[in-house]
Design a protein around this ligand. Structure first.
Ligand code: NDP
Length: 300
């Protein structure tokens, strides 16, 4: 194996430590405690785990955590009323509505009801527009985490060829915008892209955000490239016992690690950075709300 393994778990711990440092200064110097409100509708087990982890890490960073659990059949109007209440609450600096929402609720309507300054997921249409026009925005957590790891590894990204496989609103598109802002030459690939292997082979930076287990083999990777694997896929693992599973990314790790210069593993790569960046965004939102300088190294 030749690639450097980018340790997202260790990097996320560093980000959380920086966040905790900023939080303690905000408390001591300004008497402000950043607060994150997380709203969960329904009882999807995976979402419950995410929400629990977010709450735990928010408290560990010294911030206030406000959890709102609503039943599956909550009317859209009730959810919108809660969002309105959180928008007006000065103790809440960040609001996250856990997705997916039940089918009877219009996700876009709910996301766009969050005040953009508290939209720590960065999904509000105004934040999407601000990011796209190179202005100060709340940046979606997963791409922000990828960007932090890339900047840490490369220093400057200027002039590098970046290929983002996947064009979703939550990962692919904002990732491409961030790379463009850092002066990469960016290609966005998707399910209709022709000669995907060829496109990938041109990438100095290859970001895979597809959701297809091990779809990208090592021979699609340019020698020395940096590979960021966003995919989280659960596959059967009979070697661990009957009915057991394991997590893999969108990249075939073993073969890609033979050629890449650096690569993020799954698990332990992008995943841990996502919650760390949620905490970072909450501190940023808190500083902006109080007209204080933004925390260095925690924003795009
Ligand atoms: P989406 O399903 O919203 O988007 C997937 C994208 O992949 C689409 O743009 C789709 O193209 C493209 N795609 C699908 N099949 C192919 C193919 N054969 N060749 C090329 N492109 C293809 O997924 P998300 O962006 O939400 O998530 C992607 C992955 O990242 C998932 O595994 C998800 O679990 C993971 N994830 C991880 C996070 C983390 O914290 N680490 C956070 C968020 C997501 P088209 O638009 O043409 O359909």
């Amino acid at each position: 194996m030749s690639a450097k393994i980018i340790d997202g778990k260790a990097f996320a711990a560093e980000v959380r430590e920086k966040v905790a440092g900023h939080v303690s200064r905000l408390k001591e110097v300004h008497g402000i405690t950043p607060g994150l409100a997380v709203v969960l509708v329904g009882d999807d087990p995976a979402s419950e785990v995410y929400v629990r982890n977010k709450g735990k890490q928010t408290l560990e960073a010294g911030m206030n955590s406000y959890e709102h659990k609503l039943p599956e059949d909550t009317p859209e109007a009730d959810l919108l009323a809660l969002v309105k209440q959180l928008n007006a609450d000065p103790a809440v600096h960040g609001i996250l509505v856990q997705l997916p929402l039940p089918q009877h609720i219009d996700e876009e309507k709910v996301i766009n009801a969050i005040t953009p300054d508290k939209d720590v997921d960065g999904f509000h249409i105004l934040n999407v527009g601000l990011l796209g026009t190179g202005q100060k925005a709340m940046v979606p957590c997963t791409p922000l985490g990828c960007l932090m790891m890339l900047r840490d590894h490369h220093g400057s990204l200027s002039g590098l060829n970046a290929v983002v496989v996947g064009r979703s609103n939550i990962v692919g598109k904002p990732m491409a915008q961030l790379l463009l802002r850092d002066s990469c030459t960016v290609t966005i690939a998707h399910s209709r892209t022709k000669d995907l292997a060829d496109v990938c082979r041109r990438a100095d930076i290859l970001v895979a955000a597809v959701g297809r287990p091990q779809m990208i083999p090592g021979d699609w990777v340019k020698p020395g490239a940096t590979v960021i694997d966003v995919g989280i896929n659960r596959i059967p693992a009979p070697e661990k016992g009957e009915g057991k599973t394991r997590l893999v990314g969108d990249v075939e790790f073993d073969s890609a690690a033979q050629v890449a210069g650096a690569i993020t593993p799954v698990p332990g790569g992008v995943g841990p950075m996502t919650i760390a960046c949620l905490l970072a965004n909450t501190v940023t939102a808190c500083c902006r709300a109080n007209n204080l300088p933004e925390p260095e190294g925690l924003t795009a």
